[in-house]
Design a protein. Structure first.
Lengths: 362, 271
């Protein structure tokens, strides 16, 4: 089983929603589409499902061209962000309906409905109507309907986005288990980098209708191919700092300069982009090699046990995530420290020059 | 002053309102239970000489009761045809974008802006020349001109409230369009179908001009029968009043059954 997208693109009323994309999803893999809103996650998913016909390119399923095929014949299952069930049917009939259309015999349908409902903890709810269920149960009902027909391709379009925090945690833990049992190709769209990391598998990062990188999730996270991917796959987004390399020095605007780091020693002189994740910003010097930046603190946000610090450094805006509750006054200068091991370097056009040393080691 | 003398203002207003509203209906009922002599010669708030004879005339005389039968036949035909046409049309308007869709949607409504009298002459001439004159289907078709736009307008509002993702999920589950439409979609908008059917029924039931112009004997509606009841001895007031009462009954019944749906229809702002 495999799904291959060959130069697939989508154009709506002259606007390109999906740039020509090549993607190969193989049997039994969990694939995460990660990108901000309007990045094209849903558009790409609709193309995979066959709900939309691509402007160019082909879609191959198990080697056969399925571009433009009726969705009824595609054996694809999809779960939307909104809880979509058939409100006039009971939960039992909802789950049974795809199998009834396949002409499976009643005893087998009954067995599979009950098995799936138990797995989704809907066993008690089978005779209720979907609108009499809580949001989490409604979405589990939709998931059950998608899984029960053993589709080879299961598309989950931000299935947890409309659930409250607790339910989301609960379902998120279940999805990898369900996926293991099904053996299908799962495609999971999300806006949250954390969710991608928890689900594992492969991740495709999307930005403005383009897949910027596709590969195993941890390696996309650790070694983003360009600055865009790094920005998408980091929450809050990765911080950037433009610098000029000149001889043995790195110049940060006209404010500050320091000796060049190992990663850049063999690179030609010129402009580079240094990137670092918010959780690597430190307020204390922990290593002698750490670089100090004198910033202005704009805002602090305290989230229980952690503090977000919004910093200004020259024209750059940074976000740092530090442990503990810090009582810092906005508007004051604040010295922050960066371990050179946590710094990525990108060329001026955004391509990765050197991944952070800590990521290479992992 | 004791408590018993306090006047409940809203109850008084409501009472007066109901009194004025129901007075004509009561007077009709009152007349239908009197003899002609009593109607013409005395003023009485209730029948002194209660009689059901007027109703007996209507229910035994074919020229009277066939009026009801004819009306019910063409009203039913009209409601079925209107809904059968309006359901797919409303679905198309709610789900697809095509060139001029908004103009077409508005144009449908403009059909209701002309008075029926405008169409009486062309319909009469057209139906006479194709041999449809004085048939039930002629009246039913003529009324669709007004009912289909209204039904499309109402149904579209209900259909737009159903997320498109339900359609797509059904197709992904393997439903064909017809199966999806009848099994999943129509139950979802059943209240809308109820409201649309009610308005089709209502308009067709009360419409007089077209139905009278397009029929003579075989398909003559009850409203037309009532306007032609002048005998040699003058107007038969009692029988006419009884016919009126019987004409109100079907409308009242239908209203009773769809009253909850109508409220929903108003809430959607389309009725």
């Amino acid at each position: 089983m495999s799904l291959i997208l060959e130069r697939v693109s989508k154009v709506v009323e002259g606007q390109t929603h999906i740039q020509p994309t090549d993607l190969e999803l193989s049997k039994g893999t969990m694939n995460v589409l990660l990108g901000p809103t309007l990045a094209g996650k849903t558009s790409l998913m609709r193309l995979m499902a066959g709900l939309d016909v691509p402007a160019t390119g082909r879609i191959l399923w198990n080697g056969a061209d399925v571009t433009g095929m009726r969705v009824q014949d595609r054996k694809v299952a999809m779960v939307y962000q909104q809880f979509i069930n058939y409100p006039s049917m009971t939960v039992y009939d909802n789950i049974a309906s795809p199998m009834r259309l396949m002409g499976i015999d009643a005893a087998e349908i009954d067995r599979r409905v009950r098995a799936t409902a138990d797995m989704m903890k809907l066993g008690e709810m089978l005779q209720r109507k979907p609108l009499e269920l809580s949001g989490g149960q409604q979405q589990r009902c939709a998931l059950a309907r998608a899984l029960v027909k053993n589709a080879g391709l299961v598309l989950l379009d931000e299935p947890l986005a409309n659930l409250d925090y607790k339910l989301r945690e609960e379902l998120r833990a279940e999805i990898p288990r369900i996926f293991e049992e099904s053996g299908a190709i799962f495609v999971y769209a999300t806006t949250e980098p954390e969710e991608a990391l928890l689900l594992g598998g492969n991740t495709a990062t999307l930005w403005e209708g383009r897949v910027t990188q596709f590969g195993p999730t941890p390696s996309v996270y650790r070694r983003p191919v360009d600055a865009t991917t790094a920005r998408v796959f980091s929450d809050p987004p990765m911080n950037f700092l433009t610098l000029r390399k000149k001889g043995g020095r790195m110049l940060f605007g006209d404010k500050q300069d320091m000796p060049v780091l190992d990663a850049l020693t063999n690179q030609p002189d010129g402009s580079y982009l240094a990137g670092f994740r918010p959780n690597h910003v430190e307020l204390e010097r922990k290593r002698a090699a750490a670089m100090q930046f004198d910033t202005i603190l704009n805002v602090t946000e305290i989230t229980g046990s952690e503090t977000f610090v919004h910093l200004g450094y020259g024209g750059e805006r940074w976000v740092g995530l530090v442990h503990g509750i810090r009582n810092l006054k906005p508007g004051q200068p604040l010295a922050v420290y960066l371990d050179p091991a946590h710094i990525y370097f990108f060329a001026q056009d955004g391509t990765l020059v050197s991944a952070a040393p800590y990521a290479k080691a992992a | 002053m004791g408590k018993g003398f306090r006047i409940n203002g809203s109850a008084v207003v409501m009472g007066l309102y109901l009194l004025f509203l129901l007075l004509p209906v009561y007077w009709l009922l009152n007349m239908s239970l009197k003899t002609n002599t009593e109607i013409l010669n005395t003023f009485s708030l209730w029948p002194n000489d209660l009689t059901l004879n007027n109703y007996r005339v209507i229910l035994t005389d074919a020229s009277w009761y066939m009026g009801y039968v004819n009306s019910i036949i063409y009203v039913t035909m009209n409601t079925v045809i209107s809904l059968a046409v309006a359901l797919p049309a409303a679905y198309a308007f709610s789900r697809y974008h095509f060139m001029g869709d908004k103009h077409l949607f508005f144009w449908l409504l403009t059909n209701r802006m002309a008075p029926p009298a405008v169409f009486a002459l062309p319909f009469f001439q057209l139906y006479s020349s194709v041999g449809l004159f004085d048939t039930h289907i002629a009246v039913a078709l003529a009324h669709t001109l007004f009912n289909v736009p209204l039904a499309v307008w109402i149904l579209e509002g209900f259909m737009r409230g159903v997320p498109r993702e339900i359609d797509e999920t059904a197709y992904l589950d393997g439903y064909s369009f017809t199966r999806f439409f009848t099994r999943i979609f129509m139950p979802l908008i059943s209240s809308g179908i109820g409201v649309a059917a009610f308005f089709c029924f209502m308009f067709s039931w009360v419409e007089l001009l077209l139905s009278r112009t397009l029929t003579s004997v075989d398909a003559k509606p009850i409203a037309a029968t009532m306007t032609r009841t002048q005998g040699a001895s003058g107007i038969d007031w009692g029988v006419l009043a009884a016919a009126g009462v019987l004409t109100i009954v079907p409308g009242a019944l239908v209203i009773y059954f769809v009253r909850n749906y109508i409220a929903k229809g108003f809430a959607l702002g389309r009725v």
